[in-house]
Design a protein around this ligand. Structure first.
Ligand code: B12
Ligand SMILES: *[C@@H]1O[C@H](CO)[C@@H](O)[C@H](O)[C@H]1NC(C)=O
Ligand SMILES: *[C@@H]1O[C@H](CO)[C@@H](O)[C@H](O)[C@H]1NC(C)=O
Ligand SMILES: *[C@@H]1O[C@H](CO)[C@@H](O)[C@H](O)[C@H]1NC(C)=O
Ligand SMILES: *[C@@H]1O[C@H](CO)[C@@H](O)[C@H](O)[C@H]1NC(C)=O
Ligand SMILES: *[C@@H]1O[C@H](CO)[C@@H](O)[C@H](O)[C@H]1NC(C)=O
Ligand SMILES: *[C@@H]1O[C@H](CO)[C@@H](O)[C@H](O)[C@H]1NC(C)=O
Ligand SMILES: *[C@@H]1O[C@H](CO)[C@@H](O)[C@H](O)[C@H]1NC(C)=O
Ligand SMILES: *[C@@H]1O[C@H](CO)[C@@H](O)[C@H](O)[C@H]1NC(C)=O
Length: 433
């Protein structure tokens, strides 16, 4: 009898004791900001073919307050111009990122530029849902982008249905997984979106929403657990490129896990070590890790407050970065390359200069036989994305794509970044995720 009284009481006591002290935001200390310099200069000096790809970088630099007023203005104009001129063809997530970036704070002119963009995002989000209804639950893009959509709509007073969000973001939905493996990036972005929605409902204190609130809380708890279950021996959450966003998700959900479930300092120190080894040379990679290292999250985007500007300590370079050409020309290396479609394999041996990337190998093979090794690629915020090989195109409605592997292992970088090694067995494989 006594137990039945004590247990809930204990639970209540623990619950009221734990919250704040457990919320450990382990940002990099001011003395150690120099460790972040490579990230900031990579972002500031980045050049993009399409301005929309600068949105992630702008968002990140604004959250950190790293831009001078003139740099901020320059980059904001660029993103806004690109957004307006290409809006109909943007994916929902691209538009959401642009809204988050451009609206992150009130710029020098003080006008909010986002009103019309938010209306367009509402439509794109509905189109994602419609596609799911018509194509076996597959959105036009993916759940990472649907999460960005909800986050932007939530932060910028857009319209969305709370019950619909609670339904879409149920844990266990196949869209959280690629090859049955939980996508930490996707789960993290969903946690940020759901947290925003939950805070909004709570602030409105609308009793009729309580069932949805409970669902959203439950979804968030499961997603946080799944993220924590992807913790690696060395402290990463998922892989190095998902860790920044996973840190943000854990920062905003301290009541859903115990202090001993996550060693934030260990994660941070591992990331700092990876920065010095050059893991974040891709501007988008740098943009996605920086906020967490500053103790910031995408929920800190505040359309009502003025921008914080830094000094001109980092200059936007006007000249091309000097390419590091080695004194002696590199030796040639030999790699194996195969295109695998179900049981059909087309393979060849390719010779490329040492230091070449996967894309160089594909181009070399294509030169040797334009039929067997033909391919197309599209520029994305992570570099070139392989869209077709031998004329066979990736399709989100079928969840198909061209998977990259080396020596049988899926790569964690794209064709533009992965540096190949002597005797590598490189493979592009027609896959379903
Ligand atoms: C969804 C997703 C996919 C989907 C894309 C199709 C779809 N249904 O949308 C699938 C599962 C097919 C996929 C494939 C791959 N992906 Co992926 N993907 C993502 C994810 C979760 C979200 C991307 C997104 O929509 N971003 C938001 C929008 C607004 O930005 P965007 O640039 O317009 O998005 C497009 C590109 O990002 C592109 N894309 C997706 N993945 C990759 C990877 C590379 C290298 C490139 C160049 C482009 C690209 O697809 C997006 C939709 O069109 C990110 C996570 C993250 N942190 O960004 C990982 C991520 C970008 N992917 C990654 C990787 C490694 C891959 C693969 C190379 C894996 C492999 N071994 O084959 C392949 C790409 C191979 C190829 N054909 O070139 C890494 C990239 C890391 C890096 N340093 O380069 C990330 C960061 C995941 C991670 N933490 O490791 N991916
Ligand atoms: C700064 O970094 C150094 C080396 O990485 C570390 O030893 C030190 O504790 C850090 N300082 C603070 C205040 O975090
Ligand atoms: C909650 O969201 C609505 C609609 O998106 C918005 O109008 C309102 O300002 C938000 N309220 C709070 C308190 O955030
Ligand atoms: C409360 O929520 C319900 C359902 O989401 C909605 O129909 C109603 O308009 C809301 N009321 C207020 C005061 O926000
Ligand atoms: C939420 O989770 C709790 C505990 O796991 C459970 O008791 C409750 O029924 C769940 N609520 C909903 C709406 O599913
Ligand atoms: C940036 O440019 C300003 C003026 O052009 C100059 O004074 C400053 O030293 C530069 N900073 C760096 C880090 O190059
Ligand atoms: C292609 O693969 C077959 C079977 O693995 C192998 O015997 C052959 O040597 C490969 N050809 C080239 C050019 O690598
Ligand atoms: C390729 O270059 C790396 C250093 O960049 C070197 O360690 C390696 O030995 C080289 N390999 C060949 C086969 O020349
Ligand atoms: C390219 O490959 C196709 C199909 O395997 C073959 O029929 C053709 O002869 C090859 N062309 C060249 C130039 O090697």
């Amino acid at each position: 009898m006594r137990q039945s009284h004590q247990l809930p009481l204990m639970g209540l006591l623990l619950f009221s004791l734990i919250p704040r002290q457990q919320c450990e935001i382990c940002e990099v200390s001011k003395e150690n900001y120099t460790a972040l310099n490579p990230l900031i200069s990579t972002m500031i000096n980045s050049k993009y073919n399409k301005g929309i790809q600068a949105a992630n970088v702008l968002l990140s630099l604004r959250l950190g307050g790293f831009l001078s007023q003139s740099q901020d203005q320059q980059l904001t104009e660029k993103v806004l111009l690109a957004t307006r001129s290409t809006e109909p063809s943007l994916t929902s997530g691209q538009l959401a990122l642009a809204i988050l970036a451009v609206g992150a704070c009130k710029g020098p002119d003080g006008i909010s530029n986002t009103f019309e963009l938010v209306r367009n995002l509402e439509n794109k989000f509905q189109a994602e849902i419609k596609n799911m209804e018509e194509h076996d639950g597959n959105p036009l893009t993916n759940y990472y982008q649907l999460s960005l959509d909800v986050l932007a709509l939530c932060l910028f007073s857009g319209k969305y249905s709370i019950p619909e969000v609670a339904e879409i973001f149920k844990p266990g939905n196949k869209n959280y997984y690629f090859h049955e493996q939980f996508s930490v990036d996707t789960g993290a972005m969903a946690v940020l979106a759901l947290t925003c929605v939950k805070e909004n409902i709570t602030r409105r204190q609308n009793q009729t929403d309580s069932k949805d609130t409970e669902n959203i809380v439950n979804h968030t708890r499961s997603l946080v657990n799944e993220i924590l279950s992807q913790k690696t021996e060395n402290g990463l959450l998922g892989n190095i490129y998902s860790t920044g966003e996973a840190m943000q998700a854990l920062f905003v959900s301290p009541t859903y896990y115990n202090k001993n479930q996550w060693d934030c300092q260990k994660t941070r120190d591992r990331v700092l070590a990876e920065i010095s080894q050059g893991a974040f040379r891709m501007p988008t990679a740098a943009a996605q890790i920086l906020p967490a290292l500053m103790g910031k999250t995408y929920l800190d985007v505040n359309k009502d407050s003025s921008c914080v500007y830094g000094s001109d300590s980092f200059n936007i370079s006007t000249q091309e970065p000097v390419s590091v050409t080695p004194a002696v020309s590199p030796s040639e290396i030999e790699v194996y390359y195969s295109v695998v479609i179900n049981n059909q394999i087309d393979n060849t041996t390719v010779s490329v200069p040492n230091g070449s990337v996967f894309l160089d190998v594909m181009e070399q093979a294509q030169k040797e036989n334009a039929t067997r090794f033909s391919f197309t690629a599209e520029e994305s915020s992570w570099g070139p994305y392989i869209t077709s090989v031998q004329g066979i195109k990736a399709n989100t409605n079928d969840r198909t794509y061209w998977e990259l592997l080396s020596n049988g292992e899926p790569l964690s970088q794209g064709v533009g970044s992965y540096v190949v090694h002597q005797k590598d067995h490189l493979e592009v494989r027609w896959s379903t995720y």
